[in-house]
Ligand binder design. Structure first.
Ligand SMILES: Cc1cc2nc3c(=O)[nH]c(=O)nc-3n(C[C@H](O)[C@H](O)[C@H](O)COP(=O)(O)O)c2cc1C
Length: 577
């Protein structure tokens, strides 16, 4: 492969992809994120390959893509015959795949009993505009719902996920064919560092890793540091229980993250980048490494990128899965080969980060937004969302929910829309008790507040946080004390042990929660829990322990009656004797 040297070379890849589209081949998309593979997508792929071989056809292509969003219905397969609307099949196995091949691919008859939807997610805006039709596509059976009639898809707003289910993450040309690396080319060719930062600042993009810090501002601080060695890091540690948004992005669209890092590098004047990804994400690590190798081959990473004279390269560093290593200062220590302990700030990483050099660290989703901001402009980005929370947010929605999956919605969308409409509501036979947001640093929002819009500030008012996007739905069979105990035990185990409030405070809180859960507590224990929470929150060294008390505080705020009912003695004076 000849290296891409100019934007014109990049442009030349696009028609090549379009030509493939025009070849009138039948396309079979097998959705092979971790969720798909865990449900049996590999067997489905093998079966389909065998069917193609047995049928001796050369006008059928299989495209392996990442997750299609609705993980609970995996394995999913999409069949797109030339000139006909695509059909998504659900719960496919090897036998069903073989039948789909002979009846739909060869016989041109949709297998209605396995079909989930008509259309593909990438066609959604056009299908909505044209009342469920795409000009030039013959409609299949109307008994199967159109994707625009299914709230799970229709109520989402794809930006970060706009390539999911369509591109092969292992094929850089698929990404380029959908406009990938043109933003990097624009940034390298025609934008100054100041202009890039201004665009990102104006967009209102805030860090999706949890704290919601303005991305452009972070970049501005690092850019202001004197020229020399600087680093761009991507935080792909993702340790919150129930969170898998970043894994999903990395497995489906790794180049969007690499491109975001490249633009950040140009903005701050860095020439080296690292992606810190937990080793428990083997598919994401493999996909990233392949993507990096391809980007180097195509001249989109390495020396003299796109003939601009700018050098930047990225390596993947596999973390060992310690939750604390997601915290920025601990992550950098771990990258340096030291024990992953946090350190007090200041100095902030923008001034003294990795190996004491100016460093920008951003989350996967944050970086994945960047190419689109450069391509479409800050106004476009800010056109959805709320006054202070611009753009969209990806959530992994799990728990007692009908549609478990990965979803993207504009900030300001209510919890009701996410849980009851997109998520399809609580699992049959249960009643909604609460939604847990923000993982171990977050909190519960009870069923009566489902009208709350999700944005950074509003969630805090209700005692939860945006966090990185893990959203766990809980039915009324769950105990508030057990929820608090689960997260507190998690934080106790994951705390680095460096500071006393974090090490001892979390331990004592777990012990009290265990006593209360066992029905052996008393009212004084509830008061002690609140006191300890206050001390830990005020005095722990880093946010892991400072915020570890949040699930306790939010369950006490909304479900205090459960704590009071669980203690053996409610007479605080009696207990104190
Ligand atoms: C205990 C702890 C764990 C964290 N884990 C992650 C993580 O897995 N991914 C992430 O992006 N940010 C995580 N963060 C936040 C990071 O410290 C940092 O704020 C973030 O990566 C910055 O990127 P952003 O500005 O794009 O959000 C964690 C913070 C704490 C305190």
């Amino acid at each position: 492969m000849k290296k891409i040297q100019t934007t014109a070379d990049l442009e030349a890849v696009r028609p090549k992809m379009k030509q493939l589209d025009a070849q009138k081949k039948t396309k079979i998309y097998v959705h092979m994120g971790t969720c798909g593979i865990a449900s049996g997508a590999m067997e489905v792929l093998v079966s389909l390959r065998q069917s193609i071989k047995d049928a001796k056809v050369d006008d059928v292509s299989i495209i392996t893509t990442g997750c299609a969003g609705i993980c609970c219905r995996e394995p999913l397969v999409t069949v797109a015959l030339p000139g006909q609307e695509p059909i998504i099949y659900e719960y496919v196995d090897a036998k069903k795949a073989s039948r789909i091949f002979s009846e739909h691919v060869i016989g041109k008859q949709v297998v209605k009993e396995y079909a989930f939807a008509r259309g593909m997610e990438c066609q959604l805006p056009e299908r909505i505009k044209n009342h469920g039709n795409i000009p030039g596509e013959k409609s299949a059976s109307k008994e199967i719902p159109g994707i625009e009639d299914i709230p799970f898809f229709a109520l989402q707003h794809q930006r970060v996920m706009h390539n999911r289910g369509v591109i092969d993450p292992n094929n850089i040309e698929d990404y380029i064919g959908r406009g990938g690396y043109f933003s990097a080319a624009k940034a390298l060719d025609s934008m100054t560092s100041e202009k890039i930062i201004e665009e990102v600042l104006d967009s209102g993009l805030r860090g999706r890793g949890g704290a919601g810090f303005p991305t452009g501002l972070k970049w501005k601080f690092a850019a202001k540091e004197p020229e020399g060695v600087k680093y761009v890091l991507c935080n792909a540690d993702e340790g919150d229980p129930g969170a898998y948004m970043d894994r999903n992005v990395l497995e489906s669209d790794p180049h969007s993250v690499l491109e975001g890092m490249l633009i950040a590098a140009k903005a701050i004047g860095a020439h080296r980048g690292y992606i810190y990804c937990r080793a428990e994400y083997p598919l994401a690590v493999e996909t990233l490494n392949k993507a990096i190798r391809q980007a180097r081959t195509y001249g989109l990473l390495g020396d003299d990128i796109l003939g601009s004279g700018f050098d930047f390269d990225i390596s993947v560093y596999e973390g060992a899965g310690a939750f604390v290593c997601g915290e920025e200062t601990a992550l950098m220590r771990s990258l340096e080969g030291k024990r992953g302990n946090p350190r007090p700030r200041p100095p902030f990483p923008a001034h003294a980060g990795l190996w004491e050099k100016p460093t920008v660290l951003n989350n996967v989703e944050t970086l994945s937004n960047v190419p689109q901001i450069i391509a479409n402009g800050s106004k476009w980005f800010a056109s959805v969302g709320t006054e202070k929370s611009k753009g969209t947010k990806v959530f992994s929605i799990t728990g007692d929910l009908t549609n478990v999956g990965c979803v993207e919605v504009p900030f300001g969308t209510t919890l009701d829309t996410i849980v009851n409409k997109i998520g399809g509501g609580i699992t049959e036979g249960k009643h909604l008790k609460a939604v847990q947001l923000g993982g171990p640093s977050g909190g519960c929002i009870p069923a009566e507040h489902m009208d709350v819009p999700v944005d950074y500030e509003t969630l805090q008012q209700y005692g939860a946080i945006m966090g990185s996007g893990g959203l766990i739905v809980m039915g009324d069979d769950k105990s508030a004390i057990d929820i608090a105990k689960f997260f507190m035990e998690f934080c106790k185990d994951e705390a680095c042990g460096k500071c006393i409030p974090g090490r001892e405070g979390t331990k004592q809180m777990v012990e009290i929660l265990r006593t209360i859960a066992a029905g052996k507590g008393c009212a004084a224990d509830i008061a002690k829990l609140e006191d300890l929470a206050d001390v830990v929150q005020k005095t722990a060294l880093c946010a892991l322990c400072k915020t570890s008390v949040n699930p306790v505080m939010s369950t006490l705020r909304y479900f205090r009656n459960e704590y009071e009912a669980a203690v053996a003695c409610n007479d605080a004076k009696e207990c104190a004797k």
